[in-house]
Design a protein around this ligand. Structure first.
Ligand code: GLA
Length: 394
């Protein structure tokens, strides 16, 4: 179990600086980008829908110093490995390696016309990898931001998010939506955001200071399900194709109402109908959850989280035994408003909204019951909503 404190944050940065200095000679500047947790609105971003993420105080830190040439020399402290390449290489080959994220953002930035300087870089992330907390967006956004800063270039934050998403879609090869990169760029401390993934307009939503984000890691690696994510996307696209023959003008599931979906159910297989129903109802839940948060109705918010989890489990089929167990345990505890799986699914983490005063008791109760039922020891992170990418001040 862990609570991430300010002391640990500074220790993290100090460790990174030490590592940088042991390899390179120049004095570095430090930048950080956060991981994220999604409160509600899952698998809706790539359907032009609504999401409600918050950044968390686990982050990826990049120490960087410019070079005179166009070489990037990058050391990963997590993997204890250094790679080197030239920015003049143009489109580079993916290697199915952590460095693809670095090569990918360098490629996407250059491709968009941002001429970068070479640099020496060390990277240290404490966002757990493969846990659905967006360690990949963390490394992309922190690196892209750092590269732009040392090159004296300014890119607006939404554009930065889009370029990092492009790196992941077109270079790394994961067809993710915009949510993770967007929140890593735009997050505000103490707030979640409600993002319209079609217009990219968003609203900041203050979270009450006595409410905590309790993130429970099932310790089931969700990486293994990368293919299933792309299958779900393809199913949504197929649903839209079939519905468009009777609902001309629809571009995505965002444009379909529940009444329309039911009226044209015969156009879809049972599986496609359920996939579409998840997306259509999840969008409605995000809208209702926004209103609930605005009137401080956390009990209502909690019910919507429960409905979201059920829909992801039964209609979208992206949950797993361990996620279901974790949620079942959490919702039975005193002090929990609501709980659901968060992120892509098939493992990874759950998010529970909880009363601050119950934290100590909850951590123990959830961890013990989960281990007893699954034989796995969970990690539990108590997070507050953090700020988006920026310089790491230490
Ligand atoms: C992953 C993707 C996001 C989003 C979620 C599911 O985290 O990176 O774009 O699709 O899954 O909501």
């Amino acid at each position: 179990m862990s609570t991430y404190s300010l002391d640990q944050r500074t220790a993290h940065w100090t460790e990174l600086k030490l590592q940088f200095n042991s390899i390179f000679e120049a004095a570095p500047t430090l930048y950080r980008a956060p991981g994220r947790v999604n409160l509600i609105g899952e698998h809706t971003d790539y359907n032009d829908g609504f999401v409600m993420p918050a950044a968390i105080d686990l982050s990826c830190c990049v120490a960087i110093a410019p070079r005179k040439d166009r070489q990037l020399v990058v050391h990963s402290v997590n993997f204890n490995e250094t790679i080197e390449f030239s920015l003049n290489d143009g489109k580079m080959e993916t290697t199915d390696h952590w460095s693809d994220y670095i090569r990918g953002v360098a490629w996407a930035l250059e491709h968009a016309g941002h001429k970068l300087r070479g640099a020496e870089i060390a990277i240290l992330s404490n966002i757990p990898i493969g846990a659905g907390l967006s360690s990949s967006a963390g490394i992309e956004v922190a690196t892209a931001y750092a590269l732009l800063e040392i090159s004296g270039l300014q890119v607006e934050r939404t554009e930065l998010a889009k370029l990092c998403q492009k790196a992941e879609n077109d270079y790394v090869g994961a067809r993710c939506g915009i949510m993770d990169q967007f929140i890593a760029c735009h997050a505000q401390a103490g707030h979640a955001i409600m993002l319209d993934c079609r217009s990219l307009n968003y609203r900041t939503l203050p979270l009450k200071s006595d409410v905590c984000l309790l993130i429970s890691n099932t310790m089931v690696d969700h990486h293994l399900a990368g293919g299933e994510y792309n299958v779900r996307r393809a199913e949504c696209e197929e649903g839209v194709r079939r519905l468009a023959s009777v609902l001309p003008g629809i571009e995505s599931l965002r444009d379909v109402s529940m009444a329309e979906l039911d009226r044209h159910r015969d156009r879809l297989t049972d599986v496609l109908y359920r996939r579409c129903r998840h997306v259509v109802t999840e969008n409605l839940r995000v809208t209702e959850a926004t209103a609930a948060l605005q009137r401080d109705d956390l009990n209502c918010f909690g019910h919507l989280m429960a409905d979201s989890h059920r829909s992801l489990r039964d209609d979208y089929e992206v949950s797993c035994f361990e996620l279901d167990v974790m949620v079942e345990i959490a919702v039975k505890q005193e002090g929990v408003y609501g709980s659901r799986m968060t992120g892509g699914g098939f493992g990874g983490c759950t998010i529970s909204l909880v009363k601050e005063e119950s934290i100590a008791h909850l951590q123990h109760a959830i961890a013990e019951a989960y281990e007893e039922k699954t034989g796995r020891r969970p990690e539990i992170y108590v997070c507050s909503a953090a700020e988006g990418v920026g310089i790491a001040k230490c």
